[in-house]
Design a protein around this ligand. Sequence first.
Ligand code: C5P
Length: 223
Amino acid sequence: MNNNWKKLIVALDLDKRSEIEKAIDIFAPKGVKFKIGSIAFTKFGPDFVKGLIDQGIDIFLDLKLYDIPNTMARTSSVIAELGCWAFTVHLYSGREALGAVKEAVAKTAEKMKKARPLILGVSVLTSSEATKSEIHDLVRQADYVGLEGVISSANDVKEIKKDFPKLKVITPGIRNPLDQKGDQKRIATASIAFANGADYIVVGRPIIEKNDYLKAAEEIIRG
Ligand code: C5P
């Protein structure tokens, strides 16, 4: 279980700063990473994110960019300037936009002398159904452009790793059998995700909707 803390990304889908701080105090010393998505980013903004990064916390900025190539590239440069550990783009945005993002991130990181954030492509949201070939075609774009990884359901990890071994796979939709599914459709336990080869799991509500975040996270990563 100890090793699995380093493969856990807690989704800070919270709009109360005190709850975000509580999660960080509990999990940061264990080497856990944190995902800031549209809820916390819209509420607290980039200065808040920068403050966390400056404390040495690994932030995965999950804004799921999906726009024209110029807008995606320029937004990605700003994200690289912030110094995030990783961020997401929609693979549906296509090769031209994804290539522009890759180039913009490399240039900005070099200019700022910062580590390049990992660019992670969202295939199909785990709250939607998807066919294997739909996922394969999208992930192939990520591999072709040279993104570092993709976000995919635990059930697709094995095939992605077989067909595209260079890509990291990050898996949301993690639930224990007694957890509420919520809006997620393609779910699995953490142990299934890891057994299938997931590099990281992303977990939000099964942890942040409980009072005891630590106990909830222990139950999740024990699977
Ligand atoms: O609360 P829950 O564990 O379902 O949270 C999963 C997190 O992962 C949410 O922040 C959601 O936005 C994100 N996510 C997802 N499916 C994707 C990509 C990201 O659920 N394909």
